[in-house]
Ligand binder design. Structure first.
Ligand SMILES: Cc1cc2nc3c(=O)[nH]c(=O)nc-3n(C[C@H](O)[C@H](O)[C@H](O)COP(=O)(O)OP(=O)(O)OC[C@H]3O[C@@H](n4cnc5c(N)ncnc54)[C@H](O)[C@@H]3O)c2cc1C
Length: 258
């Protein structure tokens, strides 16, 4: 079996590859480093995907990058959360992209999508902008009436990196089976929040994860740590679905040109 970081791109469930030109409808600065974008596909077309998948997006004719879809598949606008990596297209998106601009979107890709037929408790873990596909997964699960426990852990560095908290608090109030747990890895001062590595917080909260389904997205070190910690708690490796956000330079080194 190929190593998860070197596995070739997979199409996931039965969605043919689509290519859409979109209009950037709305941009919100969610944290100092993350912008949330909503894209409107040309002609009001619907981009078919499963919750948790990602697309390849080019902004302003720049190189494509992979970005996870953060909304539910039935929503008319495509939502993306794009973190400023201080170089490449993500810098452009965070400093120059404006509402009204166009973007080319193709996909969907990825096998980290919600298994809607499963009644297993769900452990969703997002680091940084890895919250995006986890948002899609938990929102779709809740909207579909999935009633098993759903735990969303969000690994952020400091207080200012926590976003969408009110949004998830509203979901927590509405759905008793849903929990949202932000964990700060590098708080800048005293805090009431959980602190440390998000994987350590999970290990502190659970003694047994056998029978759970886990979905992971975010920085490769976080995903790798979770792949080590979760099986120790009894989670079957086949029940772990992960999309590490490997950067383009690393992808090229591992896979060669697209
Ligand atoms: C399946 C998948 C889904 C993804 N979803 C999202 C998403 O929803 N939101 C999002 O913001 N990003 C996501 N990414 C990451 C994204 O595709 C880019 O790799 C990332 O934005 C950096 O690309 P860039 O073009 O901005 O920078 P590049 O031109 O690739 O590099 C610019 C600088 O950033 C550094 N860098 C690049 N990637 C990383 C990294 N992962 N960690 C640390 N430093 C890095 C480079 O070394 C360089 O210094 C995803 C990646 C994958 C594989």
């Amino acid at each position: 079996m190929p190593h998860p970081l070197t596995a070739p791109l997979t199409r996931g469930p039965a969605h043919a590859e689509q290519r859409f030109t979109c209009r950037v409808e709305r941009i919100v600065q969610a944290t100092p480093d993350i912008r949330i974008l909503w894209l409107q596909p040309e002609g009001g077309k619907r981009f078919a995907f499963s919750a948790g998948q990602y697309a390849r997006v080019s902004f302003g004719g720049r190189e494509e990058r992979d970005y996870s879809l953060a909304g539910r598949p039935s929503e008319p606008l495509l939502e993306f959360h794009i973190r400023n990596m201080r170089g490449g297209p993500s810098l452009y998106v965070n400093t120059h992209l404006q509402e009204g601009a166009t973007a080319e979107v193709r996909g969907p890709f990825g096998t980290t999508y919600l298994r809607g037929e499963s009644s297993a408790p769900i452990l969703a873990v997002g680091g940084g902008s890895g919250l995006a596909p986890m948002k899609s997964i938990v929102e779709e699960a809740l909207a579909q009436g999935m009633s098993q426990p759903i735990h969303l852990y969000f690994g952020a560095r400091a207080e200012g990196d926590v976003y969408l908290e009110e949004h998830f608090a509203a979901l927590t109030a509405r759905y008793p089976n849903f929990r949202f747990i932000p964990v700060l890895s590098a708080p800048s001062g005293r805090t009431q929040r959980r602190t440390g590595l998000v994987t350590d917080a999970i290990a502190a909260d659970f003694t047994e994860l056998s029978g759970f389904s886990a979905y992971l997205a975010g920085p490769p070190p976080m995903v790798e740590a979770a792949r080590t910690v979760l099986p120790r708690l009894g989670l079957e490796s086949g029940a772990i679905h992960a999309d590490p956000f490997i950067g383009e330079a690393e992808r090229y080194r591992r896979e060669g040109p697209k």
